[in-house]
Design a protein. Structure first.
Length: 591
C-alpha cells in the first residue's frame, strides 16, 4: 500500500505507515494496541492498483519468480522475491514435477486450486499444456471427491453463494462479485452432483471446475466467468449432521419458494449483465432441470449442460462411429439405461438428427430409441404414470423388468448408460450385446468413475475386443490379445466450452437446438482417419483448443444464420476469428 501511495503522490507517502521508533530501536510491540481495538468497529480497506506485496498476492497479475528485473524495480518487488528470475516454462516444469509427487488425486486437486488462487495464468498454462493429465484432476472424477469433501478442503470462496438468506437481495449479491464484465455463468443448486446425488452447497466444485474448462478448453477469459451455487438447503442427512458443512442446514425448499428464488436470480442476472450473458444450468435434479430450461430458454441465453451438452457430445460420437460401423444413424437401434436429463436429452437429439436426415417426423424417428429407468423398459402401458420427459419414449412393447431382458428383447446396436449407478452393464448384459452385434457400441456415461456402468476393460474383455467403448470419466487404454484398445471420453467437456465460446463471440441471445447439432457436427468433423484406425470415435483432448475453435465457429455460424447473433458484421472466417479471441495464459509484460 505504501508503494502505491508513493507511486501516486510523487514518492511522498501521505500516510506514515512505518513502525514508530522506540528508544533503543527495534519493532514496537503493537499487540497491546491491537487488543485495545478488539471491541471497536474497524473498516476493512484496501487499494486497487497492485504493486509490491499486494501484486504478489493478486492471482490475476502475480508472476512469482518470473517477474523480470525491470518489473521488480518498477513495482516495488525488490527483496520480496529471491534473486533468481525464471521463465514461465520453467515454473510450469517445476510445478508439474511437484504435482506428480502427490499420490492422491485429491491432493493434486488441492495443489491445482491453490495454484489458481496464487497465480491464475500459470494455473491455466499448466492445464492447457497438460490437459490429458490434469483434466481428471480438476474435473471428473476427482472433482466429485472434492465436492464430497468440500467442507473440509474449503479455503477461500471461488464463486458466489446465493442462499435463501439472500432472498430479496440477489442483485446486490451479484454486485459484490469483483468482476463486472461477466460472459458465462455456470450455476448449480447442488441437488444432482455427477452421479453422487445431493451435495447441497458443496456442489460449488462443479461450477468452479466447469468454468476452469471454459477458459482452458474454450478460451473464455477467466475474469468473464462466474461460478454460482444456489443454496436452498439439502436433503443429504450426512451433510445436515456435519458440523463442518458450509451450506444452509435445512431441508431443501421446493415449489413456490424455490421457483421464486430462481426467478429473482434469473431476473437479477439479466439486469446486471444484460441479454448476452450465458447461463449454464449444471447438475440440477431432473424435477427442476427440464422446467427451468423450458421457462428461461425463451427469455434468456440459457443452456442445460446435462441435457443439451451431453446430447451434443454423444451424437458426435455416434456420427463418428458410423465410419467404423457403416450405415446411417437411422439404421441403428439405441437402448439407454437411465431416462433422466442425460438419457432423454441425448435420445431427443438423436431423434432430431435422424428426422433432419430422413425427413421423417420426430414421432417416427423416436421409435428407434428405447429407454430403461429404475422400473424397467419404458413402454406405452406405463405412459400415464411417467414424468413428462419420459412420455415420448413410451413405445408399444411388452414390459421388461430389467436391463438384460430389455437388451434381449430390443436387440440394440448401441447401449448407453446414463443411470448414475455403477456396474449396471453386467457381464451378461455386455455378452448379450456382443451376441447379436459384430461391433457393439457401448457408452458408460455416468460419472464419476465409481458410477460408470462398466469399465473399459470389462467392455473389451466381455466382447472379445469387438466393442467400441466410451465413458463419461476417463479410462486408460486396454491391451487385449496383443491389441491396444483406446476408449473415448464421451463427456460434455468436449462441447460446452466451444459452444459457449461460439455464443459469446457471436453475441448470441438465445440457444437453439440447431446450435447443438452444429456443435456436434464440428466435433465429429475433428475425428481423423488416424483416430479411426485406433478405433477412436472422439479426437484426443490434447487438441481441444483447436476442436473448441471449430465448435465455436460452427455454433456462431448457426447463430448468424438464425438471426440470433448481435455482434455484427459477421466475421468472414469464423474459425480464425474464434482462435483470435481465445484467452492465452502467457504472462503479459508490465510497464
Ligand atoms: N458423460 C457426460 O458428459 C455426462 C454424464 N452424466 C451422468 O449421467 C448420470 C445421470 O445423470 P442425469 O441423467 O442427469 O440423472 P437423472 O437423475 O436425471 O436420471 C437418472 C436416470 O437413471 C435411472 N436410474 C437410476 N437408477 C437406476 C437403476 N438402478 N436402473 C435403471 N435406471 C436407473 C433413473 O430412473 P427413475 O427415473 O426411475 O428414477 C433416471 O431415469 C450421472 O451419473 C451423471 O454424472 C450426466 C451428464 C453428462
Ligand atoms: C459431466 C457432467 O456434466 C455430469 O456428469 O453431470
Ligand atoms: Mg453435469
Amino acid at each position: 500500500m505504501e508503494s502505491f501511495l508513493k507511486e501516486h503522490r510523487g514518492g511522498e507517502s501521505v500516510l506514515d505507515l512505518s513502525p514508530r521508533s522506540t528508544v533503543g530501536g527495534g519493532v514496537e510491540d503493537v499487540y497491546g494496541e491491537d487488543r485495545a481495538s478488539e471491541d471497536q468497529l474497524v473498516t476493512p480497506w484496501t487499494v486497487s492498483v497492485a504493486s509490491g506485496y499486494s501484486l504478489l498476492r493478486d492471482p490475476h497479475h502475480n508472476k512469482g519468480l518470473a517477474f523480470t528485473e525491470k518489473e521488480r524495480d518498477a513495482h516495488y518487488l525488490r527483496g520480496l522475491l529471491p534473486p533468481v528470475v525464471i521463465s514461465q516454462e520453467l515454473q510450469e516444469k517445476k510445478l508439474m514435477h511437484s504435482i506428480r509427487q502427490y499420490q492422491l488425486p485429491l491432493h493434486k486437486y488441492m495443489a491445482m486450486m491453490e495454484l489458481e488462487e496464487r497465480n491464475e495464468r500459470l494455473f491455466y498454462k499448466l492445464l492447457i499444456d497438460n490437459v490429458e493429465e490434469l483434466l481428471p484432476v480438476v474435473y471428473t472424477p476427482t472433482v466429485g471427491e472434492a465436492c464430497q469433501k468440500y467442507g473440509s478442503i474449503f479455503r477461500r470462496p471461488q464463486g458466489l453463494y446465493i442462499s435463501l438468506k439472500e432472498k430479496g437481495k440477489i442483485l446486490e449479491v451479484l454486485r459484490n462479485w469483483p468482476e463486472r464484465s461477466i460472459q458465462v455463468i455456470v450455476v448449480t443448486d447442488g441437488e444432482r452432483i455427477l452421479g453422487l446425488g445431493d451435495l447441497g452447497c458443496q456442489g460449488m466444485g462443479i461450477p468452479v471446475g466447469k468454468l476452469a474448462l471454459y477458459t482452458a478448453l474454450g478460451g473464455v477469459r477467466p475474469s468473464a466467468c462466474l461460478p454460482i451455487t444456489i443454496d436452498v438447503g439439502t436433503n443429504n442427512e450426512t451433510l445436515l449432521n456435519d458440523e463442518f458443512y458450509i451450506g444452509l442446514k435445512q431441508k431443501r425448499a421446493t415449489g413456490k419458494e424455490y421457483y421464486d428464488l430462481l426467478e429473482e436470480f434469473m431476473t437479477a442476472v439479466k439486469q446486471n449483465y444484460g441479454e448476452k450473458v450465458l447461463v449454464q444450468f449444471e447438475d440440477f435434479a431432473n424435477h427442476n432441470a427440464f422446467e427451468l430450461l423450458a421457462k428461461y430458454g425463451t427469455t434468456h441465453l440459457v443452456f442445460n449442460d446435462d441435457i443439451q451438452g451431453t446430447a451434443s457430445v454423444v451424437l458426435a460420437g455416434l456420427v463418428a462411429s458410423l465410419k467404423l460401423l457403416g450405415g446411417s444413424l437411422g439404421d441403428h437401434t439405441f437402448l439407454f439405461l437411465g431416462a433422466g436429463e442425460a438419457g432423454t436429452g441425448i435420445a431427443e437429439l438423436i431423434a432430431l438428427e435422424i428426422s433432419k436426415q430422413t425427413k421423417a417426423p420426430l414421432e417416427e424417428t423416436r421409435k428407434k430409441i428405447w429407454l430403461v429407468d429404475s422400473k424397467g423398459l419404458i413402454v406405452s402401458s406405463r405412459k400415464e404414470s411417467l414424468q413428462h420427459f419420459k412420455q415420448p419414449w413410451a413405445h408399444e412393447h411388452e414390459p421388461c423388468k430389467n436391463l438384460l431382458d430389455a437388451v434381449k428383447a430390443i436387440k440394440p446396436t448401441t447401449l448407453i448408460g446414463t443411470s448414475g449407478v455403477g456396474k449396471q452393464f453386467t457381464k451378461e448384459v455386455v455378452e448379450a450385446m456382443a451376441a447379436f452385434n459384430k461391433t457393439p457400441l457401448i457408452m458408460a456415461l455416468s460419472n464419476p468413475t465409481s458410477q460408470a456402468e462398466c469399465t473399459a476393460e470389462e467392455a473389451y474383455t466381455w466382447t472379445e475386443g469387438r466393442a467400441i467403448f466410451s465413458s463419461g470419466s476417463p479410462f486408460d487404454p486396454v491391451e487385449l490379445n496383443g491389441k491396444l484398445h483406446v476408449p473415448g471420453q464421451a463427456n460434455n467437456a468436449y462441447i460446452f466450452p466451444g459452444l459457449g465460446f461460439g455464443l459469446v463471440i457471436s453475441g448470441a441471445i438465445r440457444v437453439h437446438d440447431d446450435m447443438l447439432l452444429a456443435a456436434s457436427e464440428a466435433l465429429a468433423g475433428q475425428v481423423t482417419q488416424e483416430h479411426y484406425d485406433k478405433g477412436m470415435i472422439y479426437p484426443p483432448f490434447s487438441n481441444i483448443r483447436k476442436i473448441s475453435a471449430h465448435i465455436a465457429a460452427n455454433v456462431a455460424a448457426k447463430a448468424y444464420e438464425l438471426g440470433l447473433a448481435t455482434r455484427l458484421p459477421r466475421p468472414a472466417d469464423l474459425v480464425k476469428y474464434a482462435e483470435s479471441c481465445m484467452f492465452t495464459p502467457n504472462y503479459r509484460n508490465y510497464r
